[in-house]
Design a binder for this molecule. Sequence first.
Ligand SMILES: [Zn+2]
Length: 296
Amino acid sequence: MSDLPNDFLHRFELERAGVRGVLVRLTDSWDQVRGRAEYPPALADLLGRTLAASALFTGNVKFDGALSIQIKNAGPVNLLFAECGSDGQVRGLARWAGDLADESSMLGAQPAPLLAITIDNRTSGQRYQGLVPVEDAHLATLFERYFERSEQLPTRVVLACGDGSCAGLMLQRLPGSVHAEDDADAWNRVGHLLASARANELLTVAPETLLYRLFHEENVRLHAAQPLRFGCSCSRERVAAMLHSLGRSEAEAALRDDGQVEVTCEFCNTQYRFDRVDLEQVFRSGQDMPAAPTQH
Ligand SMILES: [Zn+2]
């Protein structure tokens, strides 16, 4: 117990049912994400569960890069963003204006919000984005639909947030399992068992104990824990590229009285400062870039 990390991802299989699963729990990293703003409780809860989901989904995708989940225009929430890298680094934030009553004021807002799941593959430079219309106010159900549509894999997701942690548990039915004949029965059975998981169990009980408690007749095979941690991929180069994309006049307009442009990363609060000379460099290096093909 003592060497159990606070932030982890466990893959597992339920061998009898032909089902694979992922269990994640975030405590220290969630504390870092949550501490960046005075989130209203309902928004913190939604952000925590979305962050847990982003980590959960990296468990079943083989890639080198980052998986992000964005919810846009959810009523008073302009943007909610959660990301987990294949290196186990998580980060997230939400921007909102005004009062927030409960989850239905966000996911149930009209016009309907949009949920996007994006996989950025660092090695290939490819980006895949799946969009899910937010048709009802249950986050876990939206994710289940996403997987059923994009991967044609029956999927069950439960998410929890509270008492300083967030957590998620996901099951996916493997295609062509050995027990093909009673697949449907097995899938229904483990779905019911998953639904019996209580939020406080997901948030506090040790992984082996939790999975045994839920699925003890299903021959649980638990893989070693992968540690997760808070981390941000921002860099001075990326901020310079952002300033370059703003254009010279806008970037110069952002110069303060002390002759500096200050950009603070919203994810990790790192401050980047550029003075006039730095800006000159940013735009000069821009001129050295290959010119875009001109249209005639
Ligand atoms: Zn950052």
